[in-house]
Design a protein around this ligand. Structure first.
Ligand code: SF4
Length: 378
């Protein structure tokens, strides 16, 4: 594409953006790198409609970068609770803490310094640089990659290194000129509203005259994304261990649920989860019951564990795993002093009443299943 054609494409996209852009709360705060940073992190893998209420509550709770930096991790996870992909929240928290520690609480203008912050990759750095500082920094996310592969007719597999290099080079060339922040946002907006994954609205697209895929009728075939391997199946047991109105929760310390509270839980095939030596049985039921026993013991919880599940199995899909969770109940729960468990109050809908505690969505689902099942544990 010649410089003149690039100029025409930029102008068409900017003109379209001025008339079509949605009123989104982070756009009103384009000069505030903290507010834009929060929005960019929340929008990774999450739809705008889902993000909106979380964004409002999060910024009300932590109105400034310093307020977030000074918050405890439990508070941050509590405010993020339900939005999923909790690693994002932990990285955002570490990132703002580093901005306070190293840059006096101001997000650095220097691109290299920005990109060295925890959780800030090339995309987030580019969004902050272009939207907040007016710098000609490119961005390539799923939306932008889709648009670029279509406009330029790029038919090589999207994850390949060479494809990625080419997309970044194109984004770098296109962002140069007036209003780089608005230009990047016009691409994101086009991907959300017009150049959608399925049935792109090519006739209403400001880039239609330049678009190779439209001319060749290949819009819906691009970008080329190799089939994903299906998520692995895993079988778990969770125990709703109660004492009166309270339920035992343990703080996760693994990569998946680290910093969040959840029910005592373990994989059915974890070491040591075979049937108890005294059980004399090797049935799936006996193996699961013994896994439930082990989940309680490893959380430092004692109590009266029921023999049968208290609810039908709960299905839950994570990005790379498809979980089936067998739900057991235990009453008269007691916590060992050295354990990581806490007794938290849970209301009739399975919602934890304790503020400032992040609860994984899977735990909400299991509590709700136990509550709705005919044979409740409580
Ligand atoms: S013309 Fe169609 S395929 Fe090309 S950028 Fe526009 S919406 Fe996407």
């Amino acid at each position: 594409m010649s410089a003149e054609e690039i100029g025409r494409l930029r102008a068409a996209l900017l003109g379209w953006y001025d008339g079509a852009k949605r009123d989104l709360p982070w756009r009103e705060r384009a000069g505030d790198p903290y507010a834009v940073w929060v929005s960019e992190v929340m929008l990774q893998q999450t739809r705008v409609d889902t993000v909106l209420p979380y964004y409002a509550r999060f910024l009300e709770r932590f109105p400034t970068l310093r307020a977030l930096a000074e918050a405890r991790e439990d508070e941050v996870m509590g405010a993020w609770s339900g939005l999923g992909y909790y690693r994002r929240a932990r990285l955002l928290h570490s990132g703002v803490r580093e901005v306070v520690a190293r840059y006096g609480g101001e997000v650095p203008v220097d691109p290299q310094a920005r990109r060295s912050l925890p959780g800030v990759g090339r995309y987030t750095a580019g969004a902050l640089g272009s939207v907040c500082f007016g710098l000609e920094e490119p961005i390539v996310d799923g939306n932008v990659a889709r648009i670029l592969t279509r406009i330029f007719g790029i038919a090589s597999p999207l994850p390949e290194r060479e494809t990625q290099k080419r997309l970044w080079a194109l984004a770098e060339a296109l962002v140069v000129g007036e209003r780089p922040g608005d230009f990047n946002q016009s691409m994101m907006e086009l991907g959300a509203l017009v150049c959608t994954v399925k049935r792109p609205k090519c006739d209403a697209c400001p880039a239609r005259d330049a678009c190779v895929a439209r001319a060749e009728g290949t819009s819906e075939q691009l970008p080329l994304i190799p089939r994903k391997t299906p998520p692995q199946r895993a079988e778990l047991v969770a125990v709703v261990a109660t004492r009166g109105e309270r339920v035992v929760m343990v703080r996760g310390d693994d990569a998946l649920f680290g910093g969040l509270y959840g029910l005592p839980m373990t994989a059915v095939d974890a070491p040591g989860t075979g049937p108890a030596p005294s059980s004399g049985a090797d049935t799936p039921d006996a193996v699961r019951h013994n896994a439930a026993r082990l989940a309680l013991a490893s959380a430092g919880v004692s109590g009266r564990l029921g023999r049968e599940p208290v609810a039908p199995p709960v299905s839950h899909v994570l990005s790379h795993r498809r979980l089936t969770v067998h739900v057991y109940g235990a009453t008269h729960a007691r916590l060992a002093e050295a354990g990581s468990g806490r007794l938290l109050e849970v209301d009739a809908h399975g919602v934890v009443r304790t503020p400032d505690v992040g609860i994984a969505r899977l735990t909400h689902k299991v509590l709700e299943a136990a509550r709705s099942a005919p044979r409740s544990t409580r």
